[in-house]
Design a protein around this ligand. Sequence first.
Ligand code: NAP
Length: 247
Amino acid sequence: MTHSSQSKVAIVTGASRGIGAAVAQRLAKDGFAVTVNYASSPAQAEALVAELQAAGGKAMAVKADVASAQEVRAMFDAVEAQFGKVDVLVNNAGVLKTQPLAEHTDALYDQTFDINVRGTFNTLREAAGRLNEGGRIVNFSSTVLALNLPGYAVYNATKAAVEAFTQVFAKELRGRNITVNAVAPGPIATALFLDGKTEEQIQSFAKAPPLQRLGQPEDIASVVSFLAGPDAGWVNGQILRANGGLA
Ligand code: NAP
């Protein structure tokens, strides 16, 4: 099938808000046709798509729960039909609820692993057969994995799994000219980080890095842009810790 656009094609999971939305904005600016994936925020996803299109970019919103293999497959089908084969996959969708391990419910454990681990697994598996030669995959770990803070056991376990996927999958794609890397952000001012924290806790995280501020979604979007772009062609199987020097 031929497509009207010559643009390279990107999927950003969890792009309705937060870091994913900033990544979608940046990749659209970089010239990609961008898929804004979301699970439960259609209005925000559609508003972002309208904004990207108004700026002259190509964008579409696709609802898919990354935890569902079937919905992920349908998302790739929809993107291929609209824009053509995928060049860049950004596995940004993720959830965090801090809770001491002893108080974790089965439901919260399942939700965190289903979205952060199974969600990444589902898109990677789909991408294996469907990404263009020369493609790029950017997964999302977290700098808190290195901090071992109380309350983060289950979340950190999911991000350790994502780092393992990143390093092994980079090798399994030998011969395809596809890179697989992860970004591990420090604290970024989004709902995921801010919700449920006191002002004091937020300030303490903000002061912790030597750069003495919280990250902004754009700080991570620029790292993803680098990893997805031509300048990172020799970077493969790496975890890039973008955190103001926190760890
Ligand atoms: P956020 O503001 O809470 O946004 C999360 C996004 O993920 C939303 O767009 C949400 O869309 C989507 N999402 C959630 N469940 C989904 C599912 N099952 N399927 C598809 N999309 C889903 O979070 P964020 O701070 O931008 O975090 C983005 C990534 O960065 C995560 O992987 C997180 O672990 C990582 N990270 C964040 C920080 C930080 O300090 N913020 C630090 C390190 C790492 P809907 O609303 O439509 O569900």
